[in-house]
Design a protein around this ligand. Structure first.
Ligand SMILES: NC(=O)c1ccc[n+]([C@@H]2O[C@H](COP(=O)([O-])OP(=O)(O)OC[C@H]3O[C@@H](n4cnc5c(N)ncnc54)[C@H](O)[C@@H]3O)[C@@H](O)[C@H]2O)c1
Length: 269
């Protein structure tokens, strides 16, 4: 549970399918206040004006949205300087050029693309922790989003490398920010239907793998809420002595040695 009337910054809103949006709505449902960040003005327009948007006018007006390109340090500094006291931050951001960093071939020559992917998907968490910490004078919680790094997945290539680095960074930041009473953790989600996922070549194969391997049934649309719930748990006081950890919310697929056999499959609910 998050704390009522406390403010949480949720970074990485693109559209209503974003994991960030599910997290923000869940925080609000528990009485917390949410400041969302989008990458830039164009992205905000896409979100608010999108014809796919199912939001009412009131819902649109009630959203507190700021801009923050996570690769521009000044924007991160300004965000946390101007926002007032906060109790937590969600880093729900990643990017890798699908042409060079993902796909059937493991490319090594597009070094600038790989560096950009690393900056956005990993380094930025440290930048956020550094400049968000002064806004959490009473302590707080930072949660990043990751994807199973115990195994290597087809097509996921350099993004898998970024996620492994991100998880190492979570531990390093947990050590650094313990003295500030700031916790740093990650939630490792199973495949979810979002814009970022739609750019991953072979995403449907990944989702099919989950269907074969997950002890609990996994739904890439409906289970976004279960992931959001776990993030909110990591933000709030019920997890107050947990730091430097990766919490798997993946139906259990990450512990499996081989696919489920027919007799092991869950019966339809
Ligand atoms: N969808 C999945 O299957 C899945 C599974 C596990 C983890 N994740 C992780 O969850 C997080 C959120 O992804 P999502 O699936 O909700 O997709 P999404 O496309 O909705 O969100 C990705 C966000 O990253 C933002 N972003 C990219 N570059 C940025 C920059 N320079 N500055 C600021 N923002 C930038 C995008 O604008 C977007 O809002 C990512 O870290 C992703 O790797 C996703």
């Amino acid at each position: 549970m998050v704390e009522k009337d406390k403010t949480y910054v949720v970074m990485g809103l693109l559209d209503q399918d974003s994991i960030a949006y599910a997290i923000g709505r869940t925080i609000e449902s528990q009485g917390g206040k949410v400041v969302y960040t989008v990458q830039n003005e164009r992205m905000k327009k896409l979100f608010i004006d999108s014809r796919r948007s199912k939001m009412t006018e009131d819902e649109r007006a009630g959203l507190n949205i700021r801009f923050c390109d996570i690769t521009i340090q000044d924007e991160v500094v300004a965000l946390f300087r101007d926002i007032g006291p906060i109790s937590g931050v969600v880093h729900s951001i990643a990017f890798a050029n699908p042409q060079t960093c993902l796909g059937t071939e493991f490319h090594t020559d597009a070094v600038d693309d790989i560096k950009l992917a690393h900056h956005i998907s990993c380094i930025s968490l440290a930048t956020v922790a550094r400049f968000a910490q002064p806004a959490m004078a009473e302590g707080g919680s930072i949660v990043a989003m990751t994807f199973n790094t115990k195994y290597v997945f087809p097509f996921y290539n350099w993004m898998g490398v970024q996620k492994a680095a991100l998880e190492a960074l979570v531990k390093a930041l947990a050590r650094r920010h313990g003295r500030d009473h700031v916790r740093v953790n990650a939630v490792s989600a199973g495949p979810l239907a979002t814009m970022a996922a739609s750019k991953i070549p072979g995403f449907s194969e990944m989702a099919n793998h989950w269907d074969r391997a997950s002890p609990l049934p996994w739904d890439p649309v409906a289970d976004k809420q279960a992931v959001a719930n776990a993030v909110v748990y990591m933000l709030g006081q019920f997890s107050k002595k947990i730091t430097g950890q990766v919490l798997y919310v993946d139906g259990g697929a990450s512990i499996m040695g081989g696919d489920l056999l027919d007799h092991e499959r869950a019966k339809p609910a």
